[in-house]
Design a protein. Sequence first.
Length: 284
Amino acid sequence: MRNTLSPRDLARAIGVSESSLKRWADDGVIRATRTAGGHRRIARQEAIRFVRETNARVVRPQILGFLEAGPDGQAPTGSLFEALRQGRPDDVLRRVHGWFLAGRPLAWIFDGPVAGAMERIGKLWKHGPEGILREHQATDLCVQAIAELRLALQPPAADAPTAVGAAPIEDPYLLPGLMAAAVVQEAGMRPVNLGPETPLIVLETAADEQHAALAWLSVSTARGAEAAKAALPRTVEALSRLGTHLVVGGRFAGRLDSIRSPHVTLAASMAELAAFAKGLVAAR
């Protein structure tokens, strides 16, 4: 998959004239660099950003290296699962980015095809060392796709509210936090992802230092839920004093439902996190 496109390539992909693309590049509407020979080149992530923000219609997705999303907009979890199972990084990128180019919110992509495919991967290789290896490989492919998607998102405004997040001690999963960071960025917030295996006091400190309006906690293991449960009352109290709302999500978030506070929300999906983040941005 190519990392850069010429104005002619992008013009053909979205059905406009090459002269229009060059004019938009010269006007700064789309960011382009110049080669040593003076030719314009557009980064693939910049092309994705431009298409999303301008609602441009992609008439030749194959030029961009992506697949059609389908006339009904359905996300074929099975096709993503096969790409992950067979370790085909280009196919993973084509499918995930194709849905993104078709206008699907990141929460829709993550809650639907990504979650479904990873669940199937986990079930298929639940037992034995090979299964663990395969699951790690699939996670790595998803991480790569999400990293590229974030590069294509609109950068947060200078005065955008901050969201900090982490997974607790005894929770080694990287993917949920990366998805959460991407979702809150798409909602207009500035994400600070502390990653897995993070003591909750570190989350409190980061929320204080960053003046965070939102904190998220991804709980994907039973042991992580137990570790978080012991420390969470103090964390909720500290975040409440800061005026920071905590959203707790993940497979085992339900084990923390005994924590009652108007400053805590248990979210069952990335879509709920996205909606909450959008509400905070709108309120500001």
